[in-house]
Design a protein around this ligand. Sequence first.
Ligand code: SAH
Length: 252
Amino acid sequence: MNEKRIGILGAMPEEIHGIVSLLKDKKEVVKGMRTYYTGTINDVEVVVVFSRWGKVASATTVTHLIVEFKITQLIFTGVAGAISRDLNIGDVIIASSLVQHDMDARPIMDRFEIPLLGKTMLFPPKDLLDNAMDCIGKLVADKSLIHLLSLKQQEVFSLYEQKVVVGQIASGDQFFSSNLQKENLLAALSDVLCVEMEGAAVAQVCFEYDVPYVVIRTISDIANEDSVVDFKEFVSQVASKFGVEIIRKLVK
Ligand code: SAH
């Protein structure tokens, strides 16, 4: 039986720096333009790395974690644009299903079907999902995440309430920055909660290598014309802090 070794893949460099500062016995390995940090968090062996952005980059990084570092499970954290109208900036989404919204091999396959897998959706294992829900649910309920921010930051981002939602995440090599993009996505995939650029690619690799995984995303923008403005501020000032705290509680 393998020792537990958790891969932590983050889509925000700011968040990676914070997570790396939690590491005990930290070591670094540089390969393929990526720096892998090994060590322990809460006495659990971990490998922390910036995924880089987009499906190809993140799939490559997770493959390296699995093959070279022999991780036994994966936690992915990052930010995402809201697609569901019920979501606000700062809400946390845990994926119960993931789909590659730009996968389209019609007419030889159904729209969104992943070639050779015969699937359109990937489903993270329930035990990791439940554990993440339990842990993040507590952090949200007692406002521990919001209280990491100054009052000024809470005001700037109107972040007084926060919720955690479990549901569908769509990934693709596109940054969503218009209502038209959102409407087109919802017309094809009506259950999507949020959109990002890595999760479903990472899920595909984990599925193919049989490594349990969980994908967690904080809403950084509402994927419309304002998303670029919201995004940069939010990532550097807020989301990366949430990610570090989530990892600190989740790794055990
Ligand atoms: N920080 C970079 C851009 C990062 S790419 C910059 O400022 O130039 C965007 C990252 O945010 C990816 O990790 C993607 O998964 C996520 N993301 C957040 N909002 C998104 C949106 N509206 N559309 C697509 N991806 C989004």
